[in-house]
Design a protein around this ligand. Structure first.
Ligand SMILES: Cc1ncc(COP(=O)(O)O)c(C=O)c1O
Length: 460
């Protein structure tokens, strides 16, 4: 174990080293240094983490919406250690018992006949693999013109070269142009910001699903390989589609022979109060991607899960799906995933996500009544979002110039919360082991933080 420094001088040396050598995700080292960072965490338990100075924080984001069973689970550490001591990897062309057991476990938990898992190390790789399987599936059936992929504005499916062109809508991709050809964008079924001004969830859902069909017809059904979406979109601040959306999209995909890929990278393993979020609508996708909560981030592991109809096309030596990723299906990660799933099941964390998530949602709705900048509160289970607005009537968003998110983030910190606001709003996805008393602590912190923002910006 790397020894954690305790003396102030050694802690500042470690920080200085980070600023000189570490390229943190989504953070620049100049601003991080100016803010006295980076924050360095050394310990965790349940929904809390402790930093190197000994201060305890509540992780309302649960890592990257990924620490489902919570911090400090020694059972998972023990499973990883035992596997590492016994067999830490595998020779080419072989596999391992934990990975086989994990693939079987995923098949048993997944809806419908999602039966076969292609193991990878993270959500982006899982989605890259899903796109390759989808395109290759059509080619192998002689349907050679299908290469286009429909995704939705406001969605996120990963950061690597191909999937970074799915979803989105911001400007952060311009450095990497030109885009992958064949990317088509559909509307996000988010009633609060419905592109069709749908007045109800249902109306917005129907119009957004119809828009998918219109796009297919416009681009030519024989050119579209797949439709990919998150069942509930975390990147659109937990936008939950109205009930007609998913059954309609399933029917539309079937009608035109287009594969439906469900990105359950965040929503899988209990996050929305069901093991997988599409179960809320009793929909079975053709391909489902899972990551994050499958190991609760104890180690990197993800999978692209296909129905037999899809995977059977790749059966037989002459039909091989040619792709290998060195760390995909690592046995130590697979053993951790099994231990993690065991905790999720034995502690009924999926139920807790549904029940405590509803409690948190209702508390957030109460906050909305007292805070004019809260435009919308939404989500399912423990994947929730607050959309923040300058003006509730016009739904005008804040801009960086307003300074809103800066003040709010400062206040979240002052109230002991690891929780990040953008000028659009705040996403909440705490570990699924959260208790009601912990929800109350979070709500109190958000309430105080919003009050300060409203006072400083003179919003009454
Ligand atoms: C819905 C969704 N899909 C895919 C990804 C990419 O996963 P990863 O960061 O593990 O590559 C993310 C990451 O946040 C995600 O939220």
């Amino acid at each position: 174990m790397v020894e954690v420094p305790k003396l102030a001088k050694d802690i500042s040396e470690l920080r200085y080293s980070a600023l000189n050598h570490l390229w943190m995700h989504n953070r620049d080292w100049v601003k991080t240094g100016e803010d006295g960072g980076p924050d360095i965490v050394v310990d965790g338990n349940g929904i809390e983490v402790t930093d190197i100075e000994g201060k305890t924080w509540v992780d309302v984001n649960g890592g990257y919406s990924s620490v489902n069973s919570g911090y400090g689970r020694t059972e998972i550490a023990n499973a990883a250690r035992a596997q590492m001591e016994q067999m830490q990897y595998f020779p080419q062309g072989t596999t391992t018992a934990p990975l086989i057991k994990l693939a079987e476990k995923i098949a048993s938990l997944s809806p419908g006949d999602l039966q076969r898992s292609w193991p990878v190390s993270g959500g982006s790789e899982a989605n890259e693999t899903a796109l390759k399987i989808a395109k290759s599936y059509h080619k192998r059936l002689g349907d050679n013109g299908r290469y286009k992929i429909i995704s939705r504005r406001g969605s996120y499916h990963g950061a690597t070269g191909g999937v970074m062109w799915l979803g989105g809508g911001g400007s952060s991709r311009s450095d990497y142009e030109p885009a992958v050809p064949g990317m088509i964008y559909a509307p996000q079924p988010n009633q609060y910001r419905c592109e069709f001004n749908g007045r109800t969830d249902e109306e917005c859902a129907i119009r957004c699903a119809e828009a998918v069909e219109n796009l297919i017809l416009f681009h030519g059904p024989d050119t579209v390989a797949a439709f990919i979406a998150e069942p509930v979109s975390a990147s659109s601040l937990a936008a939950v589609p109205g009930d007609p959306y998913w059954p309609m999209v399933r029917d539309i995909c079937d009608k035109y022979g287009i594969l439906l890929i469900a990105d359950e990278v965040i929503t899988g393993f209990g996050r929305t109060g069901k093991m997988f979020a599409l179960e809320h609508w009793e929909i079975v996708p053709d391909i489902m991607t899972v990551a994050k909560g499958i190991t609760s981030s104890y180690l990197p592991l993800a999978a692209t899960v296909s129905t037999s109809r899809i995977s059977d096309v790749f059966a037989g030596e002459q039909n091989l799906f040619r792709q290998a990723l060195t760390f995909g299906g690592h046995p130590v990660c697979a053993a951790s995933a099994l231990a993690n799933i065991e905790i999720i099941e034995s502690e009924n964390l999926v139920n807790n996500s549904a029940r405590t998530g509803l409690y948190l949602l209702n508390k957030l709705k109460e906050l909305q009544e007292n805070h004019p900048i809260v435009g919308d509160v939404r989500g399912l289970g423990l994947l929730l979002g607050l959309e923040l607005v300058k003006n509730r009537d016009t739904k005008e968003s804040f801009t960086p110039k307003s300074g809103m998110s800066k003040i709010l983030n400062k206040e979240f910190r002052a109230n002991g919360l690891i929780l990040f606001a953008t000028d659009k709003g705040v996403s909440l996805s705490p570990p699924l082991c959260i208790k009601r008393s912990e929800v109350d602590f979070i709500i109190d912190g958000i309430h105080k933080s919003l009050s300060t923002v409203e006072k400083e910006l003179s919003i009454l």
